[in-house]
Design a protein around this ligand. Sequence first.
Ligand SMILES: [Zn+2]
Length: 305
Amino acid sequence: MMKFAAGGVALLGGGCGDGVRAGRSGKPLVAATTTMVGDLARSLGGEGVEVSALMGPEVDPHLFKPGQRDVQLLRGAEVVMYGGLHLEGRMAEMLERMERHGGRVFAVSEGLRAGSVIEADGAHDPHIWGDASMWADAAGYAAGRLAGYFPGRAEEMRARGEEVVAALRGVHERLKGRAEEVPEGRRVLVTSHDAFRYFGRAYGFEVLSVQGIATVSEAALADMARISGVIRARGIKAVFVESSVSPATIKRISEETGAVLGGELCSDALGAPGEMVDAGGRMVDKGTVGGMLEYNMDTIVRALR
Ligand SMILES: [Zn+2]
């Protein structure tokens, strides 16, 4: 049975007195913002909950503006999970307000180790899923929070949390191994927006991007010229477009410099759940954070090595 809060009431859903907020399946509903957070919620929640993500594949979280249906989904959810660090630019204030007012709402980035968040241009970089070991920390934290919200399933959720953390640590080790297939001097990743700082730090790539951390600003001509200069000077073989960002700028840089288009990376959105792709001889699910990272790494390695 659908159960939405009546207009104007209980946006902040304290979770007391009104029973369990159920999804279409009748199971308690966990709402997630991005595809990455949705994947985490599904793998931690298991059969016991229904997960609904606001954003689908190819949706840019920096620009996403919730519609009325999205707000209803948030109101109707038992728990709301989001990325945080201002990833959901146009929803951040609303989510933080819900959290402050005692809603069952949390950002997975709250679980990161002190000092691990990258600061750039006076802001926190929200693209933490680029480093599988940091996403593992976020997963462990999220498992604990969900276990607290669903005491009847706490043990199951904690056990799932341990599995998810271990799997992500495995992905992290494989990614480190694959990065070494690219000679050190060639580990330069040119993309449209600055979504790969954590990936670069974890796996040893220098990252150059035309736009900043958010996708809001248009690429300035001066930045394009600067990056084209670096590509020519260093003989960088390939540049990469992103699935959730317009490819126009990167295509222009490719035409200007002769660097080939190395492929399409998933930066701020995963593929569709269950979209199986080959990543260097391993079939991986591009709709999961681990699978997406292995797919990205394979694309990068094949283009740059
Ligand atoms: Zn981004």
